[in-house]
Design a protein around this ligand. Structure first.
Ligand code: BTN
Length: 317
């Protein structure tokens, strides 16, 4: 359900250049003019520019350029998302979302941020998270056993690709869950979970998307701005819609039903690779044959084909 503030933002956008009066907003939402005034001040504070014209009301003249939770909420269309919280800056949206998960929040809770001071990447790495990116974490409670969760990683990567493609950004996937543009990484995904032996309690899917380049961005990264002028809020909303679609496919029919969609975007098919575990030990080496119905990478070595559940893939030169 959308918050009153995001609905007021939608009404201001819909009114366009004709503007909308405080009285009309108050009547539409069944609240006082004072309450509308407070929402308007809060929207201004986060970057909406609004002119107040005597006799006409509020005119929205520009939207926030950076990532703003209420703007993500206004733009997201999939009803799967139950709440969108966030701040301009946080340590890690994954950590914030894990707090919600442990407190019993419903599936579909989201935390977003315009920048992170302690962004986390896969395999214990740091995810440098300057302003200009979209950083978001989503809470899932998949009805499955812990062993089945490995395939949620490629399913989420496909969801991010669905979202970016809807903005006109051409994506490829690098197993298990990197999203690329022309061989350079545009988005990364970190899944964290809590489980009992036979039941997953929650999964937090954290996604970082490079939208605009900044002085702190990694030199080898790709950026959404190369293909689209979407704002970080628009990118976050599109990614959330893509992710909800992928999660629905995953829970309704399993990863097996998403395999073809993943394969058609998979950049590693036919590549000579080495896969290492988090300690750096080689778990497989050979030619990528594809992925299987469990989301495992199939690597054909000299003697056999190894299905790899998790690891870091590098191209063999
Ligand atoms: C990777 O190493 O490729 C995964 C990067 C995941 C980064 C995102 S940004 C939002 C969320 N919060 C974090 O601290 N990490 C994830």
């Amino acid at each position: 359900m959308k918050s009153r503030r995001s609905e007021i933002a939608s009404a201001l956008v819909a009114a366009g250049s004709s503007g909308i009066s405080g009285e009309r907003l108050a009547n539409t939402f069944g609240v006082s003019r004072v309450a509308i005034g407070k929402h308007i001040s809060a929207l201004r504070e986060v970057g909406y520019t609004l002119d107040a014209v005597r006799g006409e009301g509020y005119h929205l003249t520009s939207l926030p350029p950076g990532l703003v939770p209420v703007e993500v909420e206004r733009l997201v269309t999939d009803a799967f998302w139950t709440s969108i919280d966030g701040a301009e800056e946080t340590g890690s949206t994954n950590d914030d979302c894990k707090v919600l998960a442990r407190a019993g929040a419903a599936e579909g809770a989201v935390v977003v941020a315009a920048r992170q001071t302690a962004g986390k990447g896969r395999l214990g790495r740091t995810w440098v998270s300057p302003e200009g990116g979209a950083y978001l974490s989503a809470l899932f409670r998949p009805p499955c056993a812990p062993a089945e969760v490995a395939s949620l990683a490629p399913a989420c990567a496909l969801g991010v690709a669905y979202g970016l493609e809807a903005l006109g950004v051409p994506c490829s996937l690098k197993w298990p869950n990197d999203v690329h543009i022309n061989g350079r990484k545009v988005a990364g995904i970190l899944l964290e979970m809590s489980a009992e032996t036979d039941r997953v309690e929650w999964v937090v899917a954290g996604i970082g998307v490079n939208v605009h380049a900044s002085a702190d961005s990694p030199g080898d990264a790709a950026f959404v701005e190369e293909h689209s002028d979407a704002s970080p809020s628009t990118v976050a909303a599109a990614v959330l819609d893509g992710l909800a679609r992928a999660y629905r496919e995953y829970t309704e029919a399993g990863f097996a039903a998403m395999m073809a969609a993943y394969e058609s975007r998979h950049a590693l098919n036919g590549a000579e690779v080495v896969v290492r575990d988090r300690m750096g030990a080689v778990v497989a080496s050979g030619v990528v044959e594809g992925i299987d119905a469990l989301g495992r990478l199939l690597v054909r070595g000299p003697e056999a084909t190894t299905p790899v559940v998790a690891g870091e893939v590098t191209l063999r030169s």
